[in-house]
Design a protein around this ligand. Structure first.
Ligand code: COA
Length: 384
């Protein structure tokens, strides 16, 4: 009755779109944004705004272009007043990732032109969301702690400004630089699950708000952006470096997955994990507080020793936890911070999708019964 093809579970190895935003070599552990290796952004302390510009325009900005672009983003940091009312009404126990998902969806109500898909309008909404996500997260964080949200400023860069909105005080240079590097490293990563979700939604010609709301939902799961808080809980459970080997042994014997380990594409160390590891080490040296570095390194060594035979190594989420933790950021903000970075890549992909759209509509392999008959209620017998 149906023409059948067999299922490719998890779409592993399936190429569903073309992109010029990032290239990944999973065997060699390489990642490049628009052709530029990821390490170069980290080494040159590229500001997050520069990477956003690169991903949206596919070229590096001049100094003047970057200044204009950064000012344009900063000018859109304020939330429409009703958004603050909504945030105040949310339960203080809500997961910040769920808050972000709902807030992004609600933001569409206060946009006069949310559904128009011209390149200019899509870029306008992309800039607005990129600028407002940190404001939403910081506002909810403060409300949850019984503090009033602080009004956005225009004079700080993206990362520093987020830290300012969290605490109400200008952050130290070291913390702002650490968060900026994190945001740069997570900004884009090919056809990952949340980007795919965004492109599927955009493929129906639905609006940017819908696509980003869906992407946030996909990012929330532990197999994707939900891993870093779980890495933190694991590190806390391990407690001390000398206990790591036995802890990992026991976890694997109990068939548990080691969070922050394994990747669908990388079959060696994730290049972002290598950079984050060095950053965690550096923060430890600068602060004379080696606990998180030594603990993470011990868990990584114990896990990789046992799992590398299966091609499983640490991924970006592993060292995200000790990095953001040592910057003093709360554990349940780790995944929202991933979203705050990845909005750049999501929206870059939406621009590509809308510019050359075709409905994304794969097939399912039918494995249910065939040639059955409809039986009227009175003739049906209960089964099971
Ligand atoms: N710890 C232990 N074993 C793991 C593992 C982990 N973190 N990740 C995968 N494996 C094992 C699986 O048990 C499976 O083993 P088997 O073949 O003996 O059954 C094998 O590796 C393949 O796993 P599979 O789930 O098919 O791989 P995937 O490509 O679908 O999954 C992830 C990729 C990322 C979802 C998976 O590695 C994972 O769950 N990692 C932990 C969560 C995480 O860090 N997520 C963030 C990703 S950036």
């Amino acid at each position: 009755m149906s023409d059948q093809a067999s299922a490719s579970k998890g779409l592993e190895g399936v190429v569903v779109a073309q992109t010029s935003k990032s290239a990944i070599n999973g065997q060699e552990g390489k990642l490049a944004y628009v052709g530029i290796p990821i390490q170069e952004f980290a080494e040159n302390h590229a500001p997050y705004e520069e990477v956003v510009y690169l991903l949206w325009y596919s070229r590096l900005p001049t100094r003047a272009q970057l200044d204009t672009f950064s000012r344009e983003l900063a000018a859109q940091r304020s939330l429409p007043e009703p958004m603050l009312t909504i945030l105040r009404d949310f339960p203080r126990t809500a997961d910040p990732m769920a808050v972000l998902r709902t807030a992004i969806s609600a933001l569409a109500f206060y946009d006069e032109n949310p559904d128009q898909l011209s390149p200019e309008n899509v870029r306008r909404i992309a800039a607005s969301l990129t600028a407002k996500i940190p404001t939403i997260l910081a506002a909810y964080y403060r409300l949850r702690h019984g503090q009033e949200p602080v009004a956005p400023r225009l004079d700080l860069g993206h990362a520093a400004h987020f830290l300012y909105m969290l605490s109400g005080e200008s952050p130290g240079e070291q913390s702002a630089r650490g968060l900026n590097s994190y945001l740069v490293l997570l900004a884009e990563h090919g056809m990952n699950a949340s980007t795919f979700a965004a492109r599927v939604i955009a493929g129906t010609l639905a609006d940017v708000y819908s696509a980003i709301t869906g992407a946030i939902g996909a990012l929330k799961g532990p197999s994707h952006g939900g891993a870093p808080p779980r890495v933190m809980h694991m590190l806390e459970a391990v407690e001390r470096p000398e206990l790591a080997d036995q802890w990992v042994e026991n976890a694997l014997a109990a068939n548990q997955r080691i969070m922050g380990v394994g990747h669908r594409v990388y079959k060696t160390f994730d290049p972002r994990a290598n950079i984050l590891r060095e950053m965690v080490k550096q923060v430890a040296q600068e602060r004379g507080e080696a606990r998180w570095y030594e603990l993470s390194k011990a868990v990584e060594d114990a896990a990789v020793k046992r799992l590398q035979g299966k091609g499983l190594y640490t991924n970006v989420d592993f060292y995200t936890a000790p990095l953001l933790g040592s910057l003093g950021l709360p554990t349940d903000m780790f995944t929202p911070l991933f979203a705050m970075s990845r909005i750049a890549g999501w929206t870059a992909h939406l621009m590509e999708q809308y510019a050359d759209n075709r409905l994304i509509r794969p097939r399912a392999e039918y494995v249910g019964p065939v040639d059955k008959q409809y039986i009227p209620f009175d003739e049906r017998r209960a089964s099971g």
